[in-house]
Design a protein around this ligand. Structure first.
Ligand SMILES: [Ca+2]
Ligand SMILES: [Ca+2]
Length: 409
């Protein structure tokens, strides 16, 4: 009896623990993630290049944070990079003028060469002071959309400052990183457009603030409604995108669903065809589900590779019921192209349509109207109504119609 009670208590605890873990995971995906890159007590030096140094009136700097070190710190892209902070070890006693931070994607892993990639301006200020030690944060006016694939180059320039001194240091990677920072200096003109010419082993420690860019249909509750095509032709495809999507915690299909997105449709026939066509690098996995969110899997398909078409021929559907479709990229690493198209069509069974209809009233007076509603089976694609008045004979308006449903006077 005692063992049984203990067992029951444990069984109650497990769902509560699972609930808390679930809440924590969903909260985590909504809030910014701040990671710290680099550690140790090495400093950049009173004369050397760093984001805080004021020994030269104008400087341009470049340094690279790699995808692998960002991933290792717990962030997988694509994500929005919203802020960067540097750990000031010695305050600068002069002011930086015209301070610019630009960010770009690069395959370079260090600053040994001038990096010529497209740079996005993310922060600009007419003056900046590194007048105290500790973390100095720059919150971007334009966040940078990191693709999650390339490394990130940070490009900083300023000047021309009105004065200089041998001050302004930051903590750098310890042990030192070869070619950790690239630079070019001037005492008299802005270096912002000049190519980097030199490098030192002084990669600044940094805190990067990322934010998830999850799409609205990242979870089942945000499933996007799809238009059902009533023929076998797809005239209303919907374009989807898994960029920024996260794991919805639903298992049971092939591959890694760490970027699944959700759709839903209302069955208008007992059979529908679901077709998902991946873009060039997108290897789709498609999961058809019934019931309330997240539902129960009816079937998964994963018959083709990148850029292929995945097709589910669903049968035995209940007309009027809502079905969910989950789509994701097979691999755990993000695809280079994140989009696909999805379409719901209605196969034509080959059986001839059987005409049937209903009318809202069966007895009317002269001048009254009747609404006829189509009840034909086997998915007719066209209609041809002929309306006439019996005894005493007369005419209807209209006398004929090709609409599916029609009101007649
Ligand atoms: Ca998801
Ligand atoms: Ca596939």
């Amino acid at each position: 009896m005692k063992r049984k009670l203990k067992f029951n208590g444990l069984m109650k605890l497990i769902p509560i623990l699972i609930m808390f873990i679930g809440m924590y995971t969903s909260l985590q995906s909504q809030t910014p993630t701040i990671i710290t890159l680099g550690s140790g007590t090495n400093q950049s030096g009173a004369y050397n290049p760093s984001p805080a140094n004021v020994f030269w009136e104008s400087r341009r700097l470049q340094f690279v944070y790699t995808k692998s070190e960002i991933n290792a710190a717990g962030v997988s892209g694509p994500q929005l990079l919203k802020a960067i902070a540097f750990n000031v070890s010695q305050a600068a006693d002069k002011t930086h003028l015209n301070y610019e931070i630009r960010i770009g994607h690069t395959t370079a892993t260090d600053a040994s060469l001038n990096i010529t990639t497209t740079l996005t301006p993310v922060y600009s200020a007419s003056s900046v002071n590194f007048n105290s030690t500790g973390w100095k944060t720059f919150t971007f006016t334009t966040p940078f959309q990191w693709n999650g694939i390339d490394n990130i180059v940070v490009d900083i320039c300023w000047g021309v400052n009105s004065d200089y001194s041998a001050s302004g240091q930051v903590y750098v990677y310890t042990p030192e990183v070869t070619n950790g920072i690239g630079y070019i200096n001037s005492i008299s003109q802005s270096m912002c457009s000049e190519a980097i010419t030199s490098s030192m082993n002084l990669k600044p420690q940094a805190k990067l603030t990322f934010e998830s860019t999850a799409p609205s249909n990242d979870d089942c509750s945000g499933a996007i409604t799809l238009t059902v095509n009533n023929s076998a032709n797809c005239t209303n495809p919907t374009t989807g995108d898994v960029a920024g999507a996260t794991n919805s915690g639903v298992t049971g299909c092939p591959g890694t669903p760490n970027d699944d997105v959700w759709y839903k449709f209302v069955a208008t026939a007992t059979e529908h065809t679901i077709t998902v066509v991946g873009s060039s690098d997108f290897d789709a996995v498609v999961d058809l589900r019934s019931g309330s969110c997240p539902g129960t899997s009816i079937t998964c398909v994963d018959a083709t590779l990148e850029g292929g078409s995945e097709v589910i021929n669903a049968t035995g559907l209940t007309i009027g019921n809502t079905y969910y479709v989950r789509v994701y990229h097979y691999y755990s690493t993000p695809p280079e192209t994140t989009t696909f198209t999805i379409c719901i069509t209605t196969p034509q069974t080959g059986a001839a349509p059987v005409a049937d209809f209903t009318a809202d009233v069966t007895t009317i007076t002269a001048g009254g109207s009747v609404t006829f509603t189509d009840l034909s089976s086997n998915n007719p694609t066209s209609w041809n109504w002929q309306f006439a008045v019996g005894a005493p004979s007369g005419t209807c308006t209209p006398a004929t119609s090709t609409l599916q449903n029609r009101t007649v006077v």
